[in-house]
Design a protein around this ligand. Structure first.
Ligand code: NDP
Length: 345
């Protein structure tokens, strides 16, 4: 039998600053046959996430970088084509981490079988997947929101932020989102039910944020950094909690700008207002995955949590879509469809 052709996107060069088209390379290779305990897969959906920018850099981080020439890392929902593992049969739909490619061979034990009857399979990459778990665990464990408190959420129209704000509403908080542009803000306030949403691109953004938080801020779910953080910091109440989930404004910064050192200001605020900042990586809370799946499934069924997906077609559009994600061009959980979804045919 002739080997199947596999198109994949590899890291061509390490970006300096914003990733450019030349930093990615689309190539075609032969797909190997699965060995014992392995399956061959056809990718249906590829997740694009901000953490991938970090994997493009060399140097120490919480996870190893993608090497130049290697397939870009990424979460995927795929269909099993051929199986040499008893747990999986052809046709099964699985969640994996098989990267930016149309086909893959993977160990069955690295895959989780999905039940298409329970939820649309793409949600395993978003509201019911890693971004949803990030929102749930970061907010509840670190943010510890209490009824009546004000919770501010950065990147509020996105995969993580949209879920953070809706859970904070379920917990009885006043919730203020921050998003890029009027359209996203309207969606956050009108469709997701946040109490307010402030456009970070508007010039009076810090003033508008202050006006939207008349009681100050008790929990700030940080995903942005930069100008957004600077606007929130003066509003933090004594004993505020800040889950530091992401700092997307600085992912493309190759070198810190020279300027006034604001560290003393930040440290002074932490001390006098007894602020609690805690960085986290979703895997820190892997043990809570079952609680999350139970609660989130119920909230989705009850219509208490809504989600939006931004679906891009075709592997050749993965890199431009990823570049757009880092500039705020996505509107909802960013996903690339690489093959027709067999559960929707
Ligand atoms: P989103 O779907 O929210 O997309 C990213 C969004 O970030 C953009 O749409 C844009 O929203 C916003 N953004 C982009 N550039 C900037 C900027 N310069 N300043 C402020 N905001 C910007 O992505 P996710 O929900 O997947 O991720 C959100 C955050 O959570 C990221 O920081 C990510 O790294 C982090 N994260 C952390 C995890 C962890 O384990 N700690 C796990 C998963 C995600 P807008 O234009 O509307 O502001």
């Amino acid at each position: 039998m002739q080997a199947r052709e596999n198109r994949r996107v590899v890291l061509a060069a390490r970006p300096k600053g914003e990733p450019r088209a030349e930093d990615f390379r689309l190539e075609t290779v032969a797909l190997p046959s699965p060995g014992e305990g392995q399956v061959s897969l056809r990718t249906i959906y590829l997740s694009l996430d901000p953490y991938m920018r970090g994997r493009m850099n060399a140097g120490p981080s919480y996870a190893a970088p993608v090497e130049v020439g290697e397939v870009m890392e990424g979460g995927t929902v795929s269909q099993v084509l051929e199986s040499r593992a008893p747990a999986l049969t052809p046709g099964d739909i699985v969640l994996g981490q098989t990267g930016w490619q149309e086909y893959a061979v993977a160990a069955a034990r690295a895959l989780r079988k999905l039940d298409a009857a329970r939820a649309p399979i793409s949600t395993a990459l978003g509201v019911l997947g890693m971004p949803g778990l990030t929102a749930y665990t970061g907010l509840l464990n670190i943010g510890q929101p209490k009824p009546g408190e004000t919770v501010v959420v950065a990147a509020a129209a996105g995969a993580v932020g949209s879920v953070v704000g809706q859970i904070a509403k379920i917990k009885g908080c006043r919730v203020v989102g921050i998003a890029g542009g009027r359209q996203k803000c309207d969606y956050v306030a009108n469709e997701l039910g946040f109490d307010a949403c402030v456009d970070r691109h508007q010039t009076p953004f810090p003033r508008e944020l202050k006006a939207a938080c008349p009681q100050g801020v008790d929990v700030y779910f940080e995903s942005a950094g930069g100008r957004v953080f600077n606007a929130v910091l003066p509003l933090l109440n004594p004993f505020a909690r800040v889950p530091v989930c992401g700092l997307i404004a600085q992912y493309n910064v190759a070198q810190l700008e020279r300027g006034i050192d604001r560290t003393p200001l930040l440290m002074g605020a932490i001390l006098t207002r007894r602020l609690r900042f805690q960085g986290f990586i979703v895997t820190d809370f892997a043990a809570q995955a079952e609680d999350f799946a139970r609660d989130m499934t119920q909230w989705l069924d009850e219509g208490k949590v809504r989600y939006r997906e931004d679906v891009v077609e075709g592997l050749e559009n993965a890199a431009p879509a990823f570049q757009g994600l880092l500039q705020g061009r996505n509107f909802g959980k960013l996903i690339v469809r690489l093959a027709p979804d067999p559960t929707k045919l």
